[in-house]
Design a protein around this ligand. Structure first.
Ligand code: GAP
Length: 511
């Protein structure tokens, strides 16, 4: 995958109504995006796949929908007011603000690109005899650049882990990093920058400063006892939630990978203290299963275990996907101990305990959380599915090989022509199938063009109504991936589509 592929995802997302820049007619708003007609359908399907896999498939997980606004003390208790920061640096000449660590990462990427260029040159030179692994371990230019990458990475990690802002500034200067826009090296010191957005809420005693939630998790923690009591939940049990979160990220050029307004799908699993490692291992494996169930090549996923842990965690792992710009986090699984509930207990003065009837004891449960970004998952699917296929004879097609159940439309009904009663028959089929599936109907343009458009938005099955359909009550169905076509009875359509593309079949494989 490459920069080229990333650009293709961006242009395809816009051209086919998946993702638009927010307020585009006003030149857009940095790192904020809108989902178009096909994007929202794909996003809803991803959310549904997640929600059903959590809430519907587990007898001990329930869902909630907490408000975005929360009492300001929530964020004091959770540690976000004091510690939810990124290191930022300003360029004194251009007045532009950057994340200090990202500037260094982008510098590292230049060496990575040099390595890849050298490898590509080698491939071209040696053709079929090229042994990539040997080349990477012996070529002096590759070796020199790889050493540089390792050295800078290790200094960056150390400075970040220690929260040493002076070291970050020193590294930027040592590497001679210039402002990507102006070329100036005239930098301010590195400072911590809180990522929460705040606004004012009127109250009887004046205005209160409140925050837009930077994660959905706290809405679950503060409702732990409400749900446990009203749902008569017994440990272990989970609370799931999807919803918007807001972070004032200092970013550029990352599309929906890192946004200021994004959506999370989080589940907090409350367990007996002492059993958290067992559950951490369980959810680490379960969540990877959920990803792989989508048919994505195994090698594109990997775990990244956290070595240095946040003060409240006793284990943490990321599930990373190989995006066009490298392996990056899609989801985090964290064993958060009793940190959050204990903090809320302390700050609210209300007990948040569980009475364990077997132990005849009250205690604060421990929590294992799974947290995935919906927009990032959307980007996983776009990155993995967008393909350009050479069909021979100078013909090609662009297609989105999305998991069939998640595609914006499960099928398209395409009468060959509007005339001769074909449109009426097509609409009759549409009106029947639409009760179970998201269907597309179109009776304009050549059938070839219509097939290409459906390929480009990922529709797994096209149903063509022709003149023979009128006499025989049958239609041609065409499969997106193989382009195979076959004749089937109209009465069989519902069963065939359900077997090929339904969410139920996708969930069954997780069961
Ligand atoms: N409650 C835990 C938590 O919020 P996190 O690692 O900060 O953990 C979880 O976020 C997930 O949310 C990430 O793995 C990522 O998929 C997504 N995410 C975080 N920040 C994001 C952003 N600015 N834009 C898009 N997705 C983001």
């Amino acid at each position: 995958m490459s920069e080229e592929h990333f650009k293709h995802i961006l242009s395809h997302s816009k051209e086919y109504g998946f993702v638009f820049q927010s307020s585009e007619i006003y030149d857009g708003l940095a790192a904020v995006y809108d989902y178009g007609q096909n994007g929202v359908a794909l996003k809803n399907n991803i959310r549904e796949y997640w929600w059903k896999s959590m809430v519907q498939l587990h007898e001990n997980i329930v869902g909630i929908d907490a408000a975005i606004f929360m009492h300001p003390k929530t964020w004091k208790a959770s540690g976000h007011v004091d510690g939810f920061n990124d290191p930022m640096i300003d360029n004194k000449d251009s007045k532009k603000r950057y994340r200090a660590d990202v500037l260094i990462e982008e510098h590292i990427e230049k060496y990575v690109q040099k390595i890849e260029k050298e490898v590509a040159k080698g491939k071209k030179r040696f053709g079929e005899d090229f042994d990539e692994e040997q080349f990477r371990t012996t070529n002096p230019n590759v070796q020199r650049n790889a050493k540089k990458v390792k050295e800078i990475n290790s200094k960056l990690r150390e400075a970040m882990d220690d929260g040493d802002l002076d070291d970050l500034k020193e590294l930027i200067e040592e590497l001679g990093i210039a402002d990507p826009i102006s070329g100036s090296k005239n930098w301010t010191d590195v400072r911590q920058f809180n990522l929460m957005y705040s606004t004012q809420m009127s109250a009887t005693d004046g205005e209160n400063e409140i925050y837009l939630r930077p994660e959905t998790a706290q809405g679950i923690f503060v409702n732990y006892l409400n749900v446990q009591k009203t749902g008569r939940m017994k440990l272990p049990f989970g609370i799931a939630q999807t919803g918007k979160a807001f972070r004032n990220e200092i970013v550029a050029r990352q599309f929906i990978m890192r946004m200021k307004e994004f959506e999370q799908m989080e589940m907090q699993f409350f367990v007996q203290p002492g059993s958290e490692m067992e559950w951490f291992k369980y959810w680490k494996e379960e969540r990877m299963k959920w990803h792989k169930n989508l048919g994505i090549e195994e090698s594109k996923y990997r775990y990244h275990d956290h070595v240095k842990l946040a003060h409240y965690a006793n284990a943490a792992v990321d599930i990373e996907f190989q995006f066009p710009f490298g392996f990056k986090e899609v989801e985090g699984i964290h064993s958060r101990t009793d940190f959050d509930l204990s903090q809320h207990q302390e700050f609210s003065g209300k007990k948040l305990q569980y009475f364990d009837p077997e132990k005849n004891q009250n205690y604060v449960p421990y929590v294992v959380e799974t947290s995935i970004g919906l927009d990032r998952m959307f980007l996983v699917l776009m990155s993995n599915s967008l393909q350009h296929e050479d069909l021979g004879d100078g013909q090609s097609r662009t297609l989105l090989r999305l998991p069939a159940a998640l595609a914006p439309f499960q099928c398209a009904i395409l009468p060959l022509t509007k005339k001769d009663g074909l449109a009426e028959m097509g609409l009759k089929i549409f009106n029947e199938l639409k009760l179970d599936f998201n269907c597309y109907y179109e009776d304009k343009d050549s059938i070839g063009k219509r097939y290409r458009r459906q390929d480009a938005i990922g529709t797994p099955i096209c149903i063509t109504v022709d003149h023979d359909s009128l006499d025989n009550d049958d239609v041609t169905i065409r499969f997106r991936d193989s382009m195979e076509q076959k004749r089937v009875k109209i009465s069989e359509l519902s069963t065939i589509i359900a077997r090929e593309v339904s969410m139920k079949e996708l969930l069954r494989k997780l069961n």
